[in-house]
Design a binder for this molecule. Structure first.
Ligand SMILES: [Zn+2]
Ligand SMILES: [Zn+2]
Length: 398
């Protein structure tokens, strides 16, 4: 003959939820197998209290019990499709024991939160610059809707694990030492599925494809992770996990990123670098003018303030840095060659002979001049040339 649930817990028929909980807590603490190793009676008391609390703490089942007694919540009554679970499954240990015994109340504690899942989003630099609404497809573990997560075929219920009698762990007594291990049969769940759900094959969970629209903020860069709270895996009776959206910004043909700055190089010819030039640069927000001043050197950097990437959640923006890349021509046209030769002659740096006459540098010309002046002075001094009478006159000879 089964004892009355209220009697077991030592509470009145009108006991509140917290009264039930505190009564159960006291009994469970008293009769817990860890505190009464090897005591069969204590274990029975413990299970009895757990069963009573399991039923009375569930409003639906408590109402059924109040109306029909033990028959209202028995496995047989439940099998009729009334939706009531068998009185013994699902020991309500978790919240009661966690603070006292850690996870030892059961072989393993149920997770409180669904799994976090991750997915990747690729986007262009332009999209990262402006921000974008992105549709993201991903997979997440979800509670099976056919069996509501208990893994049992609708109309059936998980049975108490015959190996561990619902405790989820096996206790081994060796002399003074008592050890407990997670029950292999039920994996610590304390219950086994006799008729598996056809949808999830008894797992209680399924993998489901999901789609979500994510507002990617302006300024993201590769490696940034957007957390979508609650979009991750679901779990029976717990919070959902999160979805982590990992951002990958594609390489850009012009710009590389340095933090919030955008760096690029613009090619300039010798002439452009020497004379100065204004070039158009296509940026993520349209064309901007870049002014290279006269005499730009290779590697000089023009900074376009505030034209770089936005910062996530801030008002500021980075800069665009444009590096001058001076291009040396590799193939010259006839005309270009002529012009470069003229330039070289002007600069007096050319060592190459020019067609026809000999090209001379400034230094060579100077030494010629000195030689010729010297010659003239010597001739005047020795009186070889009579008409030359003064150094001034000598100069005229040149
Ligand atoms: Zn078991
Ligand atoms: Zn299922």
């Amino acid at each position: 003959m089964k004892r009355d649930y209220y009697e077991i817990l030592g509470v009145g028929k009108n006991a509140t939820e917290s009264e039930l909980k505190s009564a159960y807590r006291k009994l469970a603490m008293k009769w817990h197998p860890d505190r009464n190793p090897g005591d069969k009676q204590a274990e029975d008391r413990f299970k009895e209290a757990a069963e009573a609390y399991g039923v009375l703490s569930d409003n639906e089942r408590r109402a059924a019990y109040d109306r029909y007694g033990h028959g209202g919540v028995s496995a047989n009554a439940a099998a009729g499709g009334s939706g009531f679970r068998s009185g013994f499954e699902g020991f309500p240990f978790g919240d009661i024991f966690e603070d006292f015994f850690g996870n030892t109340a059961r072989g393993q504690s149920r997770p409180q939160r669904g799994e976090d899942v991750q997915t990747k989003v690729r986007m262009t630099l332009e999209d990262a610059f402006a921000g974008k609404q992105v549709k993201v497809a991903y997979q997440r573990p979800e509670v099976c809707t056919t069996c509501q997560g208990d893994g049992a075929r609708p109309g059936t219920h998980p049975a108490v694990c015959p190996t561990c009698k619902g405790l989820g762990e096996i206790r081994i007594q060796q002399g003074f030492f008592a050890m407990s291990t997670t029950c292999v049969r039920c994996g610590g769940e304390g219950q086994v599925i006799t008729h598996p759900c056809g949808t999830c094959h008894g797992e209680g969970m399924v993998h489901s494809h999901k789609e979500i629209t994510v507002a990617v903020p302006a300024g993201v860069e590769t490696g940034n992770v957007l957390r979508m709270t609650g979009a991750g895996g679901t779990i029976p009776g717990g919070r959902s996990g999160d979805l982590h959206v990992v951002i990958e910004v594609e390489r850009h043909s012009v710009f590389t990123r340095k933090g919030k700055d955008l760096v690029c190089r613009l090619p300039l010819s010798f002439a452009q670098a020497a004379l100065g030039e204004t070039l158009a640069l296509a940026t993520p927000e349209g064309e901007v003018k870049v002014n290279f001043p006269e005499g730009t050197q290779a590697g000089d950097v023009i900074r376009l303030k505030g034209r770089g990437m936005p910062e996530i959640g801030r008002a500021g923006r980075g800069d665009i840095l444009v590096e001058a890349q001076i291009q040396t021509p590799t193939k010259l046209t006839k005309e270009q060659r002529k012009l470069f030769e003229q330039l070289a002659e002007l600069e007096g740096t050319s060592l190459r002979p020019k067609s026809g006459r000999k090209a001379k540098g400034v230094r060579a010309k100077m030494s010629d001049w000195v030689k010729r002046v010297g010659q003239a002075v010597r001739e005047w001094a020795t009186g070889v040339v009579g008409v030359v009478s003064t150094p001034k006159a000598a100069k005229k000879l040149l």
